[in-house]
Design a protein around this ligand. Structure first.
Ligand code: B12
Length: 469
């Protein structure tokens, strides 16, 4: 059967062409393995309008991925599918996972797939095949992990599908990058890297044992890791077969098992793959990083690591973020990264529930003290599926009016709490960027990097928007 997988066009004020969707690449790979024909339509890079792609490919089913900022666009695309034909549309990804009923109730959505989608999606394709490609002859009943609308209009959810068992992760096919127009993407961190060639992501483990309050809980808590052999086989394939000149590790928590990281690094060295630079897209745990581990990463080709610091105030980290991290651990991880010559990115959040001007100042001061290559300050955004969302709904006031407003790049606070007005947060967020990036030492460092000059138009545009906007 023919299935079309869509990443809806983003309306964010950032470049979302940094990375092709790994979720869709996995869904495409398992569908192809099951004998289906797949077309991937990434709205961010496609030249062809969706209607034309639908007429050209004539899919029997359409799957759309969406996080919160994409959900309105996903509904728009689903409605377009319905205008063109009667093809069933299935939604999946973080937003439908945390709020499945909302999407399943839409007349243009046939079903929602919650959480990890590979097995559920292939089961849907196989049922549709058996029903001779007609949803009227097909039952959604009993497909684990699915939420759908019944004939009487009520929405029901089948029980959750158990996560892919750890021992089966290695058997997964590699992501189907051949279905993506890879030349249309930038690279994974275009603000700081100048890469000519494909820069591709890899997922070496799934899940996260921590439960930080700002993070959407879209999957099981249990951390499941692929074996070193499987990770390195994909790494080799990305470099040798898919032409990757840079690799970005996308794991939520890459360094939960120290021994595994050391083994992966040793294997990359043994295979001569350390000549291809790699970076961490998500923060690794600072409490589990030391000089030995970071040194091994550096020797294995890692050029840059990120750390989720979030706040410079210990009480906020403990009681608001539930981060299980001390500021001493943060300082020591950054020191260790510097000692082994790794570049760093620090992720910080401004305006968490319970913050005051003083705690936000602590965060800005800590960022300046740690002095990473990139300090990324987000305005706290209560995405659905997070504990922060529940806290704000119970004790504060959401200012976002639509799901499209759930972005922090525009310098707008999306909620207020008693004692934490939006204008204070917005002011501190701008101040954070100004105080961090406009230090003389910092300006000198930025000017000394060749990438700054190669990326000049982009850097000026971003700096202008942040500082003046
Ligand atoms: C990489 C990444 C990005 C990249 C996106 C690259 C890309 N094109 O995918 C960038 C940096 C651009 C990004 C940006 C943002 N991101 Co982001 N990102 C991630 C991250 C770290 C990994 C995503 C990933 O590849 N996962 C691995 C794949 C295998 O999983 P997956 O995509 O979820 O897909 C699986 C299932 O969801 C499901 N599935 C997904 N789609 C579909 C579709 C169908 C039909 C079916 C059946 C199943 C299905 O099956 C897949 C395979 O198991 C996640 C964290 C995480 N753990 O997922 C956050 C995450 C997705 N991001 C998040 C957020 C909030 C954002 C931003 C909104 C941030 C902001 N403030 O603006 C922006 C929005 C960007 C946009 N396009 O609109 C949240 C989403 C929360 C929510 N409620 O929506 C997450 C979950 C982080 C978190 N835990 O809070 N992000």
């Amino acid at each position: 059967m023919r299935a079309l997988l869509i990443n809806p066009k983003s309306s964010l004020p950032i470049d979302t062409r940094t990375s092709p969707s790994l979720g869709l690449a996995y869904l495409a790979a398992v569908s192809e393995q099951a004998g289906h024909q797949i077309r991937v339509y990434d709205g961010d890079v496609e030249a062809l309008p969706l209607e034309a792609a639908l007429r050209e490919f004539e899919p029997h089913i359409v799957g759309i991925t969406a996080n919160t900022t994409q959900i309105t666009a996903a509904w728009r695309d689903a409605a377009i599918v319905k205008q063109v034909s009667d093809t069933p549309v299935v939604l999946g990804g973080p937003h439908p996972t945390v709020l499945p009923d909302e999407s399943a109730a839409k007349p243009f959505v046939a079903a929602v797939v919650r959480s990890e989608g590979e097995a559920t999606w292939t089961e849907i394709l196989s049922r549709l095949d058996k029903a001779e490609l007609s949803t009227t002859g097909m039952s959604w009943d009993g497909i684990l992990g699915v939420t759908f609308r019944q004939a009487d209009g009520s929405v029901v959810s089948a029980p959750d599908r158990p996560p892919i068992p750890v021992e089966e992760l290695d058997a997964m096919p590699f992501p189907a990058w051949h279905l993506f127009r890879l030349e249309q993407y930038t690279n994974l961190q275009p603000a700081v890297d100048q890469v000519s060639g494909h820069s591709l992501p890899i997922l070496t483990s799934r899940g996260c044992p921590y439960r930080c309050t700002y993070c959407s809980q879209i999957g099981p808590r249990r951390w499941r890791a692929r074996s070193t052999a499987s990770v390195v086989a994909e790494w080799r394939w990305l470099v040798k077969e898919r032409g990757a000149v840079e690799i970005g590790v996308l794991d939520d928590s890459f360094n939960i098992n120290r021994q595994r990281v050391l083994e992966i690094c040793q294997a990359l060295l043994d295979e001569g793959l350390h000549h291809v630079p790699w970076i961490m897209i998500n923060g690794i745990r600072a409490n589990l990083a030391d000089e030995e581990l970071l040194g091994a990463m550096k020797r294995a080709g890692c050029i840059r690591t990120a750390f989720g610091v979030e706040s410079g105030n210990q009480a906020i980290l403990d009681t608001v973020v539930d981060k299980h991290l001390t500021l001493d651990q943060v300082r020591s991880a950054f020191r260790a990264a510097r000692a082994v010559g790794l570049e760093t990115i620090g992720f910080f959040i401004i305006g968490l529930p319970g913050e005051t001007e003083a705690t936000m100042d602590d965060t800005i001061r800590l960022a300046c003290e740690l002095d990473p290559l990139v300090a990324n300050f987000s305005i706290a955004t209560p995405f659905p599926g997070t504990q922060m969302y529940e806290t704000v709904k119970a004790q504060g006031r959401l200012l976002a009016e639509t799901w499209d407003d759930f972005v922090f790049f525009e310098g707008k606070a999306r909620f207020e709490m008693p004692g934490l007005p939006a204008d204070l947060v917005e002011r501190k967020w701008k101040e954070a960027y100004r105080r961090f990036y406009l230090r003389p030492k910092r300006i000198a460092r930025t000017l000394a990097r060749k990438e700054t000059w190669l990326q000049l138009p982009r850097t000026v545009r971003m700096a202008w928007r942040t500082v003046m906007g």
